[in-house]
Design a binder for this molecule. Structure first.
Ligand SMILES: [Zn+2]
Length: 199
């Protein structure tokens, strides 16, 4: 990877041998390995020892989870807040594992819609809840830094499954608790947004 970064620096018109850039390939490699470490993470290892059988059937919410990801179209960051809710049938996930689950999928090359769905699908697969909901709000640097902010550099995506999809009151209760409304411009069922990947 370091050779590729050296080549990239030269192609950008830089001198890869000048003092400030000499160790840049090494640093970039290290940074990218961390930022994509989700590929090597084992979901089962992250959550399996934190699944508990409980007699609890109310909504569980973990909100304002900070996340940082890389847009797969530009390799630029998008980042923001993730809100996760589910209604258990007989199992719950340890609360501290939910942000770790978000990290596993965020630390890959992503589009926000797929990231949102992967988090919801994994919770569905692991604990078969009555319903699961994930909302992600993010700023996309590939849009704001390139001066296309007029086209929504801020995006909201959601994945609603089970009771959150079928029951409007359950969905509204969740959106109320995370202070979002389906009427808020920008919130869409996870298909409405894509960064300008073709540019
Ligand atoms: Zn992008």
């Amino acid at each position: 990877m370091q050779d590729v970064i050296r080549k990239l620096l030269a192609d950008l018109g830089e001198d890869p041998d000048r003092e400030g850039l000499r160790n840049t390939p090494k640093r970039v490699e290290k940074a990218y390995k961390f930022l994509t470490s989700g590929y090597g993470a084992d979901i089962d290892q992250v959550v399996n020892n934190a699944l508990f059988t409980v007699d609890y059937s109310e909504m569980v919410i973990v909100k304002d989870i900070d996340f940082y990801s890389l847009c797969e179209h530009h390799l630029l960051p998008f980042f923001g807040k993730c809100h996760v809710a589910y209604i258990p049938s007989d199992k719950v996930i340890g609360l501290s594992k939910v942000p770790r689950l978000v990290d596993v999928f965020a630390r890959r090359l992503q589009v926000q819609e797929r990231l949102t769905n992967q988090i919801a699908d994994t919770i569905h697969d692991k604990i078969a809840p009555v319903g699961v909901a994930v909302v992600m709000e993010a700023t996309h640097l590939c849009m704001s830094m390139r001066g296309v902010e007029k086209q929504n550099s801020f995006a909201v995506t959601s994945a609603m499954q089970g009771a959150f999809r079928n029951n409007a009151r359950t969905r509204m209760e969740f959106l109320e608790l995370i202070k979002l409304r389906s009427a808020v411009p920008g919130i869409r069922e996870s298909t409405g947004y894509a960064c300008v990947g073709e540019d």
